[in-house]
Design a binder for this molecule. Structure first.
Ligand code: MG
Length: 386
C-alpha cells in the first residue's frame, strides 16, 4: 500500500507568530459638509458628523474606522462616541493584540450598552489594521469575496414627482438600475401614486423600492401598500416606528409589498424577533447598528439562514472609510439581494486618496489590504471639529 505524505511548507515568516500590539487608539470627531442637504426622518441634514478612529500598532502600521452619528437609529451622538472610545473602549484595546480582535470586539460589546457606532468604528479600524498586517483585504479575512461588483441604490427624494422621474431617467442613462424612494413624508395616496407613475416612466426592468424611515401610521402604511401595488416595489422599508413589531407583522400579513426592517433592527436578536413575528422579508444591515465588522458578518449569516434578503447600508453620510468597509462586507454577503447603499458621494469632500466610486451604476470592491482605501490624514485633520 502506498502512503501519501503530507507536505508541510514552513512559512518563511509567519505574520501571526508575533502579536500585533495596539499602541494608539485615537477618536477623531469630524464634520464634513454635504454636497446638498438631505432630509431623513423629517430632519434636514447639512453636514455629516462622524467619528473617525485611527488605530496604530507597534511598528507604526495604522488602521482606520468610521461611524456616523445616528440620533434616530442608534442614538449615537458625536461627543458621546468620542467619550465611548476614549473612556470605555480604548482601555480595553490598548496594549492588546489586534490579531485577537474577535475577543477584543466581544469585550467592547460587553463594556457598554448600545454605542454601536463607536464599537463599530473601533472594530473596523482593527480589521483594517489586521488586513494590512497580513497583506489581505477585509473580504479575504472572511473567506474571500463571492462577488466583486455590487448594485448601489440611487436615492430619490424630490418634492415633485416629475423631478424624481427626470433625475431617475438621467441616472438610468448613467447606468443606475436600482432606485429608492423616500416616502412617509407626504400623504400616502400621493406617495403611492408617485411610485406608480415613476414605475410607468422608468419601465419594468429597473429595481425600485421605498423607505419611510418610520414616517407612517399603520393606516397610512396600509393605504400606501395597497395603492402602490402596481409600482412593483421590491420592498417597503421601515414604514412604522422602530419598536412596533406587532404593527409591522400585521402590515406584512396584508401587504402585497415585502417589508424591510431598518430602524427596528439593532441586533441579531431583533432580526430573529421580527422574523419570528413574520414582520419582515429582509433586513437593512448597517455596521453601526450591529456594532462591528464581525457582528455584521454574523448578522448576514443569520439572515441567510432565515431566508431573509439583505440590504447593506451606510448612514448618510459616511466617507470612503466606512463605504470601503461596507463594500468589502457586501462582497462576502451570502445574499445581497436587496442592494447596497454607500453614501460617501453625498459629501462635498472625501477622506481617501481614491474614494469609493459608483461607475455605470455599479460599485467595485476596492483592491488592496484591509479596507482597500488609503486615508488622507490631512483631510481628516481639516474636518476635525474638536
Ligand atoms: Mg432606511
Amino acid at each position: 500500500m502506498t502512503q501519501t505524505r503530507t507536505v508541510v511548507r514552513p512559512l518563511r515568516e509567519d505574520p501571526a507568530a508575533k502579536p500585533l500590539i495596539i499602541t494608539r487608539l485615537e477618536a477623531i470627531p469630524i464634520a464634513i459638509p454635504l454636497g446638498k442637504p438631505v432630509t431623513m426622518a423629517g430632519v434636514r441634514i447639512e453636514k455629516a458628523c462622524n467619528l473617525i478612529v485611527r488605530a496604530e500598532a507597534a511598528g507604526g502600521l495604522t488602521g482606520w474606522g468610521e461611524a456616523s452619528v445616528a440620533p434616530m437609529m442608534t442614538g449615537d451622538l458625536l461627543s458621546g462616541m468620542v467619550e465611548a472610545v476614549n473612556d470605555h473602549l480604548a482601555p480595553l484595546v490598548l496594549g492588546q493584540d489586534a490579531l485577537r480582535r474577535a475577543e477584543l470586539a466581544l469585550r467592547c460589546a460587553h463594556a457598554l450598552h448600545g454605542n454601536g457606532g463607536p464599537k463599530s468604528a473601533v472594530d473596523l479600524a482593527l480589521a483594517d489594521l489586521v488586513g494590512r498586517h497580513f497583506g489581505v483585504s477585509l473580504a479575504h479575512l472572511y473567506g474571500g469575496p463571492v462577488r466583486e461588483t455590487m448594485l448601489p441604490m440611487y436615492l430619490l427624494g424630490n418634492p415633485k414627482v416629475e423631478d424624481d422621474i427626470a433625475e431617475a431617467q438621467k441616472k438610468i442613462k448613467e447606468g443606475f438600475t436600482f432606485f429608492k424612494l423616500k416616502v412617509g413624508i407626504k400623504h400616502p395616496a400621493e406617495e403611492a401614486a408617485a411610485a406608480v407613475e415613476i414605475r410607468r416612466k422608468i419601465g419594468a426592468d429597473i429595481a425600485l423600492c421605498a423607505d419611510a424611515n418610520m414616517g407612517m401610521t399603520f393606516q397610512n402604511a396600509r393605504l400606501f401598500v395597497e395603492r402602490a401595488r402596481d409600482a412593483g416595489l421590491m420592498f417597503l422599508e421601515q414604514p412604522l416606528r422602530d419598536d412596533d413589531f406587532d404593527g409591522m407583522a400585521a402590515l406584512a400579513r396584508v401587504s402585497p409589498i415585502p417589508l424591510n426592517g431598518d430602524e427596528s433592527i439593532g441586533s441579531v436578536a431583533s432580526i430573529l424577533a421580527l422574523h419570528r413575528a413574520g414582520a419582515i422579508q429582509g433586513a437593512n444591515i448597517k455596521t453601526i447598528k450591529m456594532g462591528g465588522v464581525g457582528a455584521t458578518v454574523h448578522a448576514m449569516s443569520v439572515c441567510a439562514a432565515l431566508g431573509l434578503n439583505i440590504n447593506l447600508a451606510c448612514k448618510v453620510a459616511e466617507s470612503s472609510i466606512a463605504a470601503a468597509g461596507l463594500v468589502q462586507l457586501g462582497s462576502i454577503a451570502p445574499n445581497l439581494n436587496w442592494g447596497i447603499s454607500v453614501t460617501n458621494h453625498y459629501l462635498a469632500e472625501d477622506l481617501c486618496e481614491t474614494p469609493i466610486r459608483i461607475e455605470h451604476g455599479a460599485i467595485h470592491r476596492p483592491r488592496g489590504p484591509g479596507l482597500g482605501v488609503e486615508v488622507k490624514e490631512s483631510q481628516v485633520q481639516r474636518f476635525r471639529v474638536k
